[in-house]
Design a protein around this ligand. Structure first.
Ligand SMILES: O=C(O)CCC(=O)C(=O)O
Ligand SMILES: [Fe+2]
Length: 356
């Protein structure tokens, strides 16, 4: 991720609090998709996969079939009985909410702008890097932290308040990591790969995972802005804890934006670009976005799982044959991630650049 100099932007939370008029500042107004933000009215019938059944030796066939159809039709699905205790999820949620509720000065101790030269450093609290003056800003503030490899954590950027934040994130990460490995094994089985551990092994010993706590303040003009622009995730998979009462996540399917429902006690799994590449396009990473709400704030916590950035990925040789030649070029993950944001800011999908 580049480190272009960035002017300090006002957090959206402060902006939302300061607005006395029903208006949003021009840099947040989406120019190209007028009124599209409110277009979705249909709730996506996204399948719920019972994870404990998926893991059972003799009773997994139905669940595996559901998983396949969920991935093929939506590129995302919910998991229930996922092994991440409700208490772990609730502490993560509460600790993140508590963090964003604090005064600005407290949050800025973890700023994503370096304290000395104000260079953007991606980890920490703040907004996206602004790389060009005409970049449309998203109506969100974020706390972005590397959680794995564990020895690369920058603990100084992990909030010390609320006091349980660090433990909550550590616990959430560990439990979700196990879930992610189990799901990747189930996905390798679906593709009939010889090695059930194929995707887990591809991640490598220095696999990267980041936590993204996103806070979307209420917005006076939801129809004019994005909470988060349309994108597909540049990950292998993303485990997402959505807000427990406020919707806003939408997924694009067959040219239509669908609302992703909130289903209590589930976690949402998104197929990312990296597994799209490794599965030679059999799995597709869905384009999704977040819209804001005029009356309510929203909070989500995402765990991004990526192959070790130093490694290269390509379609699994077992999924390439004469009938289905490789659809993607081999790419170094670090290069993929580096170009990801430039495309994201332009509203383009980086995966299109490596399609053969
Ligand atoms: O806030 C959400 O529900 C989705 C966030 C998301 O898509 C992302 O962080 O990549
Ligand atoms: Fe996403």
């Amino acid at each position: 991720m580049g480190s272009t100099g960035a002017a300090r932007e006002m957090p959206v939370q402060e902006l939302a609090g300061a607005l006395g008029t029903p208006d949003v500042p021009a840099p947040y107004v989406v120019r190209t998709h007028k009124d599209q933000q409110l277009a979705a009215t249909v709730v996506a019938p996204v399948p719920v996969i019972d994870h404990s059944r998926l893991l059972q030796k003799d009773d997994s066939a139905d669940e595996a079939g559901k998983l396949r159809s969920a991935i093929e039709s939506w590129g995302l699905f919910m998991v229930s009985n996922h092994g991440v205790d409700a208490a772990v999820i609730e502490s993560m949620r509460a600790a993140s909410r508590e963090f964003f509720r604090q005064p600005l000065e407290e949050k800025q101790r973890y700023s994503n702008l370096d304290c000395c030269d104000e260079q953007f450093q991606s980890e920490g609290y703040g907004n996206d890097r602004v790389s060009s003056p005409d970049q449309t800003r998203d109506w969100t503030d974020r706390l972005y932290l590397k959680v794995e490899p564990e020895d690369e954590r920058r603990i100084a950027l992990w909030p010390a308040h609320p006091e349980n934040f660090r433990d909550a994130l550590d616990e959430f990460t560990k439990k979700c990591g196990k879930l992610k490995d189990e799901l990747l094994r189930a996905m390798a089985k679906l593709l009939e790969l010889d090695d059930e551990d194929y995707f887990v092994d591809q991640l490598g010993e220095k696999a990267l995972s980041n936590a993204r706590c996103s806070y979307y303040p209420e917005c006076p003009r939801p129809e004019l802005v994005f909470g988060l622009k349309p994108h597909s995730d540049g990950t292998v998979v993303t485990v997402l804890m959505v807000d427990d009462s406020v919707g806003g996540l939408q997924v694009l399917k067959d040219g239509v934006w669908w609302n992703v429902p909130i289903i209590p006690q589930t976690l949402l799994i998104l197929i990312g670009d990296q597994i799209e590449i490794m599965s030679n396009g059999i799995f597709k990473s869905p384009v999704h976005r977040v819209i804001t709400n005029a009356k309510k704030e929203r909070l989500s916590v995402a765990l991004d799982y990526s192959v070790d950035p130093e490694r290269e990925i390509e379609p699994s040789p077992q999924l390439v044959n004469e009938k289905r030649p490789a659809l993607y070029r081999k790419v170094r993950v670090k290069d993929y991630i580096a170009t990801y944001y430039n495309h994201f800011f332009q509203g383009e999908m980086v995966i299109d650049t490596i399609k053969i």
